[in-house]
Design a protein around this ligand. Structure first.
Ligand SMILES: Cc1cc2nc3c(=O)[nH]c(=O)nc-3n(C[C@H](O)[C@H](O)[C@H](O)COP(=O)(O)OP(=O)(O)OC[C@H]3O[C@@H](n4cnc5c(N)ncnc54)[C@H](O)[C@@H]3O)c2cc1C
Length: 402
């Protein structure tokens, strides 16, 4: 249930592999273009065969604060890509349809869930839909994103923090380097950071996020922050002068995973399980990978002839082995979203000391390097950094136990 990336990825890894009927329920349109044109990584695109959805490739990555402190990294081959979300969903949906045994219900929402349990197992699962249908199923995959359909119905503890990104897809820009992907930090335009993803010399996505403890989207705050940034965040204000907004892109990303993703015969995946990385709120790769893992586990359980929880828990175990440590570490550091501007700037200075490979380790896996790289080889954009750098390293090394 949920026709976003994680729901489609789950369906794709089930379709055609077992003799079962899959119902894909989406409350809106599959591939809603107001959602995002996100960045992800070329190897992920290759793995999921999504190259037709790529909008742009990047060989330069810049991490920048509104005060101007920045860290830039060059990569010999493209290290990041941005994708057309709608196209990606359509590619996945077409593959799901081609593989067969699937019925797609769009513009239909799941409204209610009835679960009958005995002490050790789920007896029956019933969904009530907005078109008044009631459906019984063997397995329910909840891929409902920040709606948290199953978690809400089951009364599970939800993540404590939420990122609320708001951006614009802008045309008629004058972009200096369309192969440079920029991520912003600091709290001037939103404590959730921001992004500048050029698509070509004239088109870009630009936005910021606010992080709050509430799931309610703070529309006025994020809209005003973006307005301010377009007006006065140098050099983007100059690149965007006279540009036109093609559409807005916004939503809410949960920060921090649920404690468990498998509840009886209900499996939770993607943003609905809080699988976007808590350190960068990167949710596309986790949604694709989480969906694949969830689907493979269901197929395996089906082949064993049993949907008992102990077989379905394989999904959780594999995910935990790969991710639990980084997500737990990031959760511990979640208060850093509320730090002051100087602390943000120091963290950029620290990251400016890293090699491109080390920086990639942080972005993807929250892996901070044990050893320092050569400072002189990096691009520093601030004066008097040495003292702050030493202090930051001491602080960071004091905290990281790896
Ligand atoms: C503005 C913005 C920018 C982002 N930028 C990036 C980025 O650069 N890189 C990156 O990796 N990630 C980015 N993300 C995060 C990424 O988009 C998400 O983490 C990812 O899309 C999660 O996929 P999902 O399928 O789990 O959830 P979603 O994409 O939220 O899909 C959930 C689906 O379930 C449907 N649904 C909800 N409730 C019900 C119901 N009751 N019945 C039926 N259907 C229901 C919804 O309509 C929706 O289509 C961004 C997000 C936003 C909003």
């Amino acid at each position: 249930m949920g026709g976003g990336i994680s729901g489609l990825s789950t369906a794709l890894s089930i379709c055609g592999k077992m003799d079962a009927t899959i119902l894909l329920i989406e409350k809106g349109e599959i591939g809603d273009s107001s959602k995002t044109s996100p960045f992800t990584f070329p190897d992920v695109i290759k793995q999921f065969n999504l190259s037709d959805a790529v909008l742009q490739k990047y060989t330069r990555f810049t991490y920048k604060s509104p005060t101007g402190v920045s860290a830039s990294f060059e990569y010999e081959i493209p290290a990041f890509v941005t994708i057309n979300y709608q196209k990606m969903c359509n590619i996945l949906l077409n593959r799901v349809r081609k593989a067969g045994s699937v019925t797609v219900l769009d513009n239909v929402a799941a409204l209610d869930l009835e679960e009958t349990r005995t002490l050790f197992s789920t007896e029956s699962l019933k969904l009530t839909l907005s078109n008044s249908d009631k459906i019984s199923c063997d397995i329910l995959v909840d891929a409902s994103g920040s709606s948290f359909f199953a978690a809400t119905k089951l009364g599970l503890k939800l993540p404590a923090l939420y990122s609320h990104p708001f951006g614009e897809f802008l045309e008629a820009c004058k972009i200096e380097d369309p192969t440079e992907l920029c991520i912003f930090t600091g709290n001037k335009y939103g404590n959730g950071g921001g992004w500048f993803y050029p698509i070509d010399g004239r088109t870009a996505r630009f936005g910021f996020a606010a992080i709050t403890k509430s799931r309610t989207f703070p529309k006025d705050v994020v809209e005003n922050n973006l307005k301010k940034a377009i007006h006065d965040f140098y050099p983007y204000n100059e690149m965007l002068m006279g540009s036109k907004c093609k559409r807005t892109e916004f939503g809410t990303i949960p920060i921090g995973s649920l404690q468990r993703f498998v509840w009886g015969r209900i499996l939770i995946v993607g943003d609905a399980a809080g699988q976007a990385t808590p350190w960068y709120q990167e949710g596309i790769r986790p949604a694709l990978e989480g969906g694949q893992l969830c689907g493979e586990t269901i197929v395996e359980a089906y082949k064993r002839g049993s949907f008992r929880r102990k077989f379905l828990m394989k999904y959780q175990h594999i995910w935990d082995d790969k991710n639990k440590q980084s997500y737990a570490y990031a959760k511990e550091r979640a208060t850093s979203y509320f730090r002051n501007q100087e602390q943000w700037d120091n963290s950029v200075r620290y990251q400016a000391s890293l090699t491109p490979r080390e920086m990639m380790g942080i972005i993807r896996y929250c892996h901070f390097p044990r050893m320092r790289s050569s400072v002189s080889s990096r691009n520093f954009h601030s004066s008097g950094f040495a003292k702050i750098f030493r202090e930051t390293i001491l602080k960071i090394h004091g905290k990281i136990k790896r």
